[in-house]
Design a protein around this ligand. Structure first.
Ligand SMILES: Cc1ncc(COP(=O)(O)O)c(C=O)c1O
Length: 374
């Protein structure tokens, strides 16, 4: 097989037709209203609230600032239990709030925080659980909720990958105290940069909105030490024109995912995330796991060989957050406490997955994978 003549990246952002965006921009030019709770933001919030089926939503300039705001709004402090198998933003937001992340091992199948291992990490300093719906696959939300109630802890979900995920027709943003969504260009729905917080509590929503805007209540009252987390009008306008395209993008990705799965079902040593009953998937990522003993080559081998074919797969998530130089000294970072996380971080590979990837390109990628096995 010949290498691809152009690089095949892990993802390509969904782009709206330029004329639709410029039409929106014309409205903004006329209004001369560029930020601070403008009409584009207000109307986009309503639309996304409906799509995510959540009672309250606040849009942000990115997911990381949204997550920081969630942590502040719940007054988390001391220690918060989280997963090492995530993007740096998850534990780093805790650190920015002077909170020590406590890394808990993950489930060997779902790759999400293992609820059975949460409680042994709880002590007097613990104030919350920050769990991640990894690759859009939901955490065990009922069990996490029970643990939180039993121990008077708050729950924040990093749902950066979770756009439109539902459990039993309930939007994923309804679980825990607050959920954070990312609208980074690598995400299914995106706004260039952007994010959101969702919650059920009206009073908490008010606090989130205050914190998002420096804590300013009105011209003469500043009530909280807030930050600038506002999504501006230009970005909100982009969201308006992109949102209607998500369904078609998902359809295209579904075809690719079906093709990948068909091949992988016949590749010993390679597995993918199985659909979970009653969970609506979103086709955010396509992540495989490579068992080197059965497959005959390691994940790193495949990653490196793919490169020679101009295919840019991604070791996602590798390394674990607990291996970062500034976290590895933590007692909870001891690899002995995190056996599943360590094994999985060495097995995972995110394959190129986006609507513009043609079926023949996808077929070439997955045939190459098959040819590399025993
Ligand atoms: C799991 C996870 N959490 C948080 C973030 C940060 O979101 P953002 O890039 O919107 O700040 C990301 C990344 O994009 C992510 O993948």
């Amino acid at each position: 097989m010949k290498p691809f003549s152009k690089p095949i990246y892990i993802t390509r952002p969904l782009m709206p037709p330029l004329h639709k965006f410029t039409a929106k921009l014309r409205q903004i030019w006329k209004s001369k209203w560029l930020s601070n709770n403008g009409i584009q933001l207000q109307t986009l919030e309503k639309k996304i609230q409906r799509v995510l089926k959540v009672p309250h939503i606040s849009l942000f300039n990115n997911g990381t600032i949204a997550l920081l705001t969630a942590i502040k709004s719940l007054n988390l402090k001391g220690e918060v239990i989280t997963t090492p198998f995530t993007f740096p933003a998850t534990p780093n937001c805790l650190t920015w709030c002077n909170i020590t992340p406590v890394f808990c091992d993950i489930d060997s199948v779902t790759m999400n925080i293992d609820p059975a291992k949460i409680e042994k990490n709880i002590n007097k300093k613990t104030t919350g659980i920050l769990a991640v719906h990894v690759f859009g696959s939901p955490c065990d939300v009922p069990t996490i909720q029970k643990i939180a109630e039993r121990n008077s802890l708050k729950v924040v979900y990093d749902a950066a990958h979770g756009f439109e995920i539902e459990i039993n027709n309930i939007g994923i943003g309804n679980f825990g105290d607050i959920s954070m969504f990312s609208f980074h260009p690598t995400k299914l729905f995106h706004t260039g940069e952007g994010g959101a917080l969702t919650c059920k509590d009206k009073i908490l929503k008010k606090k989130i909105d205050l914190l998002r805007n420096f804590g300013i209540k009105n011209e003469e009252e500043v009530l909280l030490p807030g930050i600038n987390g506002k999504m501006n009008e230009l970005i909100s306008a982009f969201g308006h024109v992109l949102l209607p395209l998500v369904k078609a993008e998902q359809k295209r990705r579904k075809r690719i995912s079906e093709l990948y799965k068909r091949y992988i079902d016949n590749i010993p040593g390679v597995t993918y995330q199985k659909d979970i009953p009653m969970v609506k998937t979103n086709y955010q990522y396509f992540v495989i796991r490579i068992n080197s003993r059965i497959f005959g080559r390691s994940r790193n081998d495949v990653y490196n060989i793919f490169r020679t074919y101009n295919i840019y797969a991604r070791k996602y998530f590798f390394p674990l957050c607990s291996q970062y130089p500034y976290y590895k000294h933590l007692p909870s970072s001891n690899p002995k406490n995190l056996p599943n996380a360590h094994r999985i971080a060495d097995e995972v590979l995110a394959l190129p997955f986006y609507g513009q990837l043609s079926i023949s390109e996808a077929e070439k990628i997955i045939s190459l994978l098959k040819s590399l096995g025993k």
